[in-house]
Write a protein that binds this ligand. Sequence first.
Ligand SMILES: NC(=O)c1ccc[n+]([C@@H]2O[C@H](COP(=O)([O-])OP(=O)(O)OC[C@H]3O[C@@H](n4cnc5c(N)ncnc54)[C@H](OP(=O)(O)O)[C@@H]3O)[C@@H](O)[C@H]2O)c1
Length: 318
Amino acid sequence: MVFLLGGSGYVGQAFGKELTQRGIPFRPVSRKQINYTDYRVLRTTLQKEKPEFVINAGGFTGKPNVDACENQRGETIAGNVTLAQTVAQACDAAGVRLGFVSSGCIYTGAKVRQESGAWAVEDRLTEPLVSELLSKRSDRVAGFTETDEPNFCFAHNNCSFYSGTKALAEEVMAGFPDFYVWRLRIPFDELDGPRNYLSKVQRYAKIYQNWNSISHRGDFVAACLDSWLQKIPGGVYNITNPGYVSTREVVEKIQKQLSPDWNPAFWRSDDEFYRFGAVTPRSNCILDTAKILKAGIKIRTAEEALEDALDHWVPENI
Ligand SMILES: NC(=O)c1ccc[n+]([C@@H]2O[C@H](COP(=O)([O-])OP(=O)(O)OC[C@H]3O[C@@H](n4cnc5c(N)ncnc54)[C@H](OP(=O)(O)O)[C@@H]3O)[C@@H](O)[C@H]2O)c1
């Protein structure tokens, strides 16, 4: 039996679907039924019911986007930091292994090999030279690995409040090295809806061009479950579809596969986007997926997963 905390959420629902498809017994636990934000309640429940594994897919993301976390700071800390600590401590005390849904949004940019041969972090992927290397899929660009320190976090004083709390949650989880920390990044799939990246791109009044690693929601939860079932070592894993995409490339795929006549407007610059389109800084980053792939977990490339989602697109209002 698997305990699924936050099973009512966008990511939690995908875990529920995958567990059902695999025939793995699970119990989606909502705060309304069992207040798993209360340490004693959760520890006692785990000690009594002895699940084999706990998934913590609970958290506070801000609706409709991370800007909302700026004005709901207490809730953001409670949902992302306090909850992570509470669940990890309760699982530790009850002797149950845990998988925690983290985020790649604790980074900005990518690593770029300089003319000198040295690698340096470039935190703005829209810089023309970096953008050119990215569009050529140059081997001079590499993603952040699990051992790279977060660079979009409170310690750098450059981040959204949401990203700051997700980086703090990883500090919490570092105290429990046997547990899994699964980093998700910009979820999408074929199901049109307000939380799906491919839907968001189609609904923005103006589109912001940047480069990112992305996670197909079904591929993400499948890889997370595989990591537990295949007993790979605990620790942090970047779980994105290998590769990366720019928003322009995503728009081109949508035009090709779904809406040939769609011709969206783009923000002209980062400056314009941050002046009129966003309140708090956004993470745009590339993650390295070598660790999870070397552990033997299979994940489709970002390009394959994107094209497949668009091929099987299910509009929201049908
Ligand atoms: N969606 C994304 O773009 C994205 C990207 C990267 C990482 N993540 C991470 O993935 C996890 C799940 O995100 P999600 O998009 O599935 O979020 P969601 O749709 O808002 O669902 C989160 C669930 O967490 C539970 N929860 C527990 N404590 C909470 C609190 N204090 N405030 C609000 N909800 C709380 C709620 O379930 P109950 O009330 O039923 O218990 C809620 O349904 C989070 O840790 C998030 O940071 C999400």
